[in-house]
Design a protein around this ligand. Sequence first.
Ligand code: IDP
Ligand code: MG
Length: 156
Amino acid sequence: MRRPERTTVAATKADGGMERTLAILKPDAVARGICGEIISLIERAEFSITALRLLRLTREQAAQFYAVHAHRPFYGSLCQYMSSGPVVVAVLQADRAIERWRQLMGATDPAKAAAGSIRQRFGLDVERNAVHGSDGLETAQREIGFFFSALDLLAL
Ligand code: IDP
Ligand code: MG
């Protein structure tokens, strides 16, 4: 069934057919001072950063953000970790942004991530893997809306 066009400003499809995705530089990346390097890679890969914020999640907010993983054995540890220190959250805009950002991130487990990917280069282990990226259109819309409101997003 066709869905009606989304009209919320956090909509994943931005003007011009460009896609938006949510990136998080996780606590391990912020703590090690490698945000600059990661953002540099994002810029070089020709994403437009249309929103950017530094914040610290509460344990409850982390649990809400990762609710889809509530049944997984690593959920408790993940929520603890994601609320253990500040994170950088950003909206990346580009053609096929969701897929391209996940490719640049690499596989969840840094040990299995492709050479040159962010997780392969910077990830510490399967949990502390430096970055997050939305995994689909609906997820991206929900995740962007979790952190940003209409006024936060730069209109390109
Ligand atoms: P993704 O971040 O590549 O989309 P997901 O399966 O959605 O991977 O898992 C969300 C996050 O949960 C991962 O990025 C990682 O931080 C953590 N995680 C995933 N699998 C494991 C695991 O087996 N052990 C510990 N943490 C995990
Ligand atoms: Mg995921």
